[in-house]
Design a protein around this ligand. Structure first.
Ligand SMILES: [Zn+2]
Length: 254
């Protein structure tokens, strides 16, 4: 695993690993939990709602995985073209022809900053593989009762399986690395209070990049304080329409 790439060979994957694969010319990555025997549990939404933080991204992200056409179903998984929510796919369907990458946990702040691209690592530490697989399988079996809590992001799903951590503040847009990166990059340029102090484009870019890194760091699951371990059983034991109710429940679980 180098500084610039988290690419990994399939053969050395271990059950419980958080993996991802780039989609659409590196604009967006799809995330999942490898559970062994070439199977991946991942969270998917049909109709291009994968990140779901607004029309801007939804329009870029045309569809999630697996993207196999329904008239040519996978011999292992069957027709998954209409499946929504937490699903299990074979590795080939998950990758949809893309390369395989591993999401890193417990990275140092320095390494986190050095990785210019969001959504590839976190300062948070992973739980044991058994616990990770338990969460993923439980959500696969029971569906997504508290669907809204995740704000429908495949990266949030995988990070939750790995760490049990959920953000409980009401403002949860941009929680995951890739959504945060895109938003941070945009807001760093648009809202930098220093933008008037910079006289050249190069200066502006430097200020913007600094703010971008900072925004990413403070919103990382391993850094922010508004996250909490939530047992997977609590997550699905209720059908939540009211998020504040769920927040109360999560506070009790503390
Ligand atoms: Zn398949």
């Amino acid at each position: 695993m180098g500084l610039l790439s988290n690419k990994i060979e399939r053969e050395i994957l271990k059950p419980g690993d958080h993996i991802y694969s780039w989609r659409h010319a590196y604009i967006y990555a799809h995330h999942g939990i490898y559970v062994g025997e070439e199977n991946v549990i991942h969270f998917t939404r049909g109709g291009g709602q994968e990140i779901g933080i607004g029309n801007f991204l939804d329009r870029i992200i045309v569809s999630s995985s697996p993207s196999r056409p329904s008239d040519n179903p996978c011999p292992r998984c069957g027709d998954q073209s209409r499946l929504d929510g937490v699903i299990s796919s074979c590795m080939d369907c998950f990758l949809s022809g893309g390369e395989l990458y591993i999401f890193e946990y417990s990275v140092s702040p320095a390494l986190f900053i050095a990785k210019a691209r969001g959504g590839t690592c976190t300062l948070a530490s992973s739980d044991s593989p058994e616990e990770v697989i338990h969460r993923a399988s439980y959500l696969l079996q029971n569906g997504f009762g508290c669907y809204d809590i995740f704000r429908n992001n495949c990266e949030d799903f995988a990070i939750y399986c790995k760490t049990g951590l959920l953000v409980y503040t009401a403002i949860s847009v941009g929680r995951s690395g890739q959504a945060t990166s895109i938003l941070a990059a945009a807001s760093a340029i648009l809202s930098s209070p220093l933008r008037f102090l910079t006289t050249s484009f190069g200066g502006l870019a430097a200020v913007g990049y600094g703010m971008y890194c900072f925004s990413r760091l403070v919103s990382d699951m391993g850094v922010r304080r508004d996250v909490k371990k939530v047992p997977v059983e609590i997550l699905v034991c209720r059908t939540v329409s009211d998020e504040s109710e769920a927040v109360t429940e999560m506070a009790k679980a503390d």
